[in-house]
Design a protein around this ligand. Structure first.
Ligand code: ADP
Ligand code: 5GP
Length: 226
């Protein structure tokens, strides 16, 4: 039984302070773990150089974002670093219906909302239960290194970097609420650690009923040869 997609998809939530390397690590993960979709959030912040609408984010005006809030389109939304960000519910339902997993890159507030609302939101929409979400926190080797990375990325002004650094303590406060911690010091090691978390979770027996059934069928055939 070679590696294949699991029978049941999972919802993964990844959090970490700005500049820790979430986007870098997630890009690697998406290439190496089959059957995972990235949840494209909506945001009112401006695109950075190289970011594409609909790929990295849905870049919205504050008015359009407020409309979607009114329509109940979000599983969660929050103000992060002075802008609005939100996770759309529809793509999550689509992924789970297709037996695929979905990955959310959200801040601490978003992770808390997902923990509180996800199971009920899915049950209300599809009338069946799903497994609880898996929460992964990406830690920097130190706060000083975090600031260096934000500067080295070269996508944000000094003012934006200062604003983000001012919120680091808040984002780190929730670390104890997460299931897995990955330190992004050496990039290769962090990639390996994050990939291992996803592989192990997707190999849970509860998501692999078809493998159990295949073993049972083979045993049955050996007990009753034709
Ligand atoms: P985030 O998505 O968490 O804000 P990014 O993925 O944009 O962070 O990474 C911030 C900067 O740090 C980028 O310039 C990225 O290339 C760099 N970076 C990411 N991981 C490492 C690492 N392990 N060592 C050194 N630089 C890194
Ligand atoms: P950035 O602007 O650097 O892409 O993201 C800033 C912060 O917003 C990060 O901590 C990221 O995890 C968070 N974020 C991105 N999308 C969402 C979302 O849909 N909901 C919430 N709550 N946070 C988000």
């Amino acid at each position: 039984m070679a590696w294949s997609n699991p029978d049941r998809g999972a919802l993964f939530v990844v959090t970490g302070p700005s500049g820790v390397g979430k986007s870098t690590l997630i890009a690697h993960l998406m290439e190496h773990i089959p059957g995972i979709r990235f949840s494209v959030s909506a945001t009112t912040r401006a695109p950075r150089e190289g970011e594409q609408d609909g790929v990295h984010y849905h870049f919205l005006t504050p008015e359009r974002f407020a409309e979607l809030v009114g329509d109940g389109a979000f599983l969660e939304y929050a103000e992060v670093y002075g802008r609005r960000y939100g996770t759309l519910l529809d793509p999550i339902i689509d992924a789970l219906d297709a037996g695929e997993s979905i990955l959310l890159d959200v801040d601490l507030q978003g992770a808390r909302s997902v923990r509180r609302d996800y199971l009920d939101a899915v049950r209300a929409r599809v009338g069946r239960s799903v497994d609880d979400a898996i929460f992964v926190y990406i830690l920097p080797p130190s706060i000083a290194v975090l600031e260096e990375r934000l500067r080295a990325r070269g996508t944000d002004s000094d003012e934006i970097i200062a604003g983000r650094m001012a919120k680091v303590a808040y984002q780190l406060e929730g670390v104890a609420e997460y299931d897995y911690l990955v330190v992004n010091d050496d990039l290769d090691e962090a990639r390996e650690a994050l990939t291992s978390v996803f592989r192990a979770e997707l190999l849970r027996r509860s998501r692999r009923q078809s493998w159990v059934d295949a073993v049972d069928a083979e045993l049955e055939a050996r007990r009753n040869p034709a």
